[in-house]
Design a binder for this molecule. Structure first.
Ligand SMILES: [Zn+2]
Ligand SMILES: [Zn+2]
Length: 476
């Protein structure tokens, strides 16, 4: 009887692991890197405040929720990173350094000047640490209009960042399209992309099929990594999927489809993608075509506290606090192990005339996950769909603004808000996202409570079937 019970337990563990995608414990060789994004430095803050789209009341020594970062906030965030954790393996910097200012006040020379000044801050605070940088849509002039061939910005930034890229061939690659690949000191392959080429506000390359040949290059690079048995960490500015709950699809549909298809094809090689651009903190999981978790995608909140105000609809985005994030990863496998999100509360920072960088949350603790891999995020999303996972949904929602109070929708309790966020977490394809939202609303209206995702039903039914088989085979 005892051997039968022992074999049943082993059998159950094996099947449980297959169901849940868990892995056997392994010894990790962990390291840390900083991620800073969307600094949006407003050079006019002390005279004109061109980025401010609301009334600034009181003094604003560290800028204001209505405005982009001033120089004091920008420098302070670098000092905070160097003070909080100076011993990182590298830093990632995912673009948008120029403020939200009309083109009439900007120029290619001015934008390059801003990028150069911020590059020198890395040198000042992390003189011996490598930085992996990607450009954002606001870095280019004219704003958003990244071209698919060599130009003064690609050439200048390629030369300026040549020491970090540290590979002549890849510097040349950067000068052609602002993308490159290098190996980190610990052997992980890093790929930096220019997804501004796929952004819907870029009119320059929208009729091309593969601007700058980046997609062909990416497939080739990932195939070479796969053949060599390497793991790949990716960084880029404009992210995939849908920005929720506002339902914004950042990329042209054709580009998005082709890009996501390559990511899916090499999901077993890519250990994570870090994006910027959204300004709000979030994550997504890319799944394989048969629904298995493949790639964790992490969207870092911005340094700039700037609130978006739509000139056409009058929509006002919620305010959010300046943020920097520390990521723990496994140097050997590239797995993302944890995220520690730091912020400074802008209201008290301005009131006290002193920043107070502190932890907003620790991802593993806040969401009760063992790491930040695709399978852990997938399990978290499944939990969020269930009524008992409501607290994780609420936390995620609170973190999107880097725990600033929301004056738009503090709870996200409506079916349109809930459906957008839940569906957006693991439906990366635009059409799948749209049908998920429709399906959710239909079921929400019928049942009046949060519906359970179909895949969850299948998973539970499958588990029950396995237990039934075990039972009928006299294993238990
Ligand atoms: Zn952007
Ligand atoms: Zn931005």
């Amino acid at each position: 009887m005892m051997p039968l019970i022992g074999s049943a337990v082993r059998w159950a563990v094996v099947w449980y692991c297959m169901l849940e995608g868990c892995f056997m414990a392994s010894i990790t060789n962990s390291g840390w890197f900083w991620h800073i994004s969307d600094i949006h430095y407003d050079f006019s803050f002390d005279g004109g405040r061109l980025s401010c789209n609301g009334k600034v009341e009181g003094s604003a020594p560290y800028s204001n929720y209505w405005c982009d970062s001033n120089w004091r906030l920008t420098v302070d965030s670098f000092a905070a990173m160097a003070r909080l954790e100076p011993n990182v393996d590298f830093l990632i910097w995912t673009g948008d350094n120029v403020a939200h200012i009309e083109d009439e006040h900007l120029s290619m020379e001015l934008n390059i000047h801003i990028l150069t000044n911020i590059t020198s801050l890395f040198g000042q605070y992390f003189p011996t640490t490598t930085v992996y940088a990607a450009l954002g849509n606001h870095d280019y002039f004219p704003t958003h209009q990244f071209p698919s061939s060599s130009n003064v910005m690609y050439n200048t930034m390629g030369d300026l960042w040549a020491g970090w890229i540290n590979d002549t061939e890849q510097v040349e690659n950067f000068k052609r399209g602002a993308f490159y690949t290098v190996k980190t000191a610990h052997g992980l392959r890093l790929v930096a992309l220019n997804t501004n080429l796929y952004y819907t506000r870029n009119k320059k390359v929208r009729n091309e099929t593969d601007p700058a040949g980046q997609l062909a290059w990416l497939r080739k690079t990932l195939q070479a990594a796969d053949t060599a048995g390497e793991k790949v960490l990716m960084i880029s500015h404009v992210g995939v999927g849908v920005f929720t709950p506002d339902d914004v699809k950042w990329m042209y549909t054709g580009f998005h489809k082709r890009f996501v298809s390559i990511l899916r094809e090499y999901g077993h090689v890519i250990t994570g993608i870090h994006f910027g651009h959204q300004h709000e903190d979030s994550f997504k999981v890319l799944k394989t075509t048969d629904g298995k978790p493949a790639i964790p995608m992490l969207f870092a909140p911005s340094l700039t506290p700037w609130r978006f105000v739509s000139a056409t609809s009058g929509f006002i985005a919620p305010e959010h606090n300046p943020a920097i994030r520390l990521v723990e990863y496994d140097r050997s496998t590239g797995r993302q192990l944890n995220i520690v999100q730091f912020y400074t509360n802008l209201t008290s920072t301005n009131l006290n005339n002193r920043s107070d960088w502190t932890r907003a949350y620790d991802f593993k603790k806040a969401f009760d996950v063992r790491d930040v891999t695709a399978s852990s995020l997938h399990e978290l999303v499944q939990r969020m769909w269930r009524p008992e996972g409501a607290k994780y949904f609420d936390r995620h929602y609170k973190f999107t603004t880097v725990i600033a109070d929301r004056d738009d929708d503090p709870t996200c309790n409506t079916s349109s808000c809930k459906s957008a966020i839940l569906c957006g977490l693991d439906n990366i394809d635009y059409d799948r996202y749209d049908s998920c939202v429709v399906e959710y609303k239909k079921r929400f209206q019928t049942s009046g409570s949060t519906p359970v995702q179909l895949s969850e039903v299948y998973r539970l039914a499958y588990g029950f079937l396995l237990l039934l088989v075990a039972y009928t085979s006299n294993c238990i």
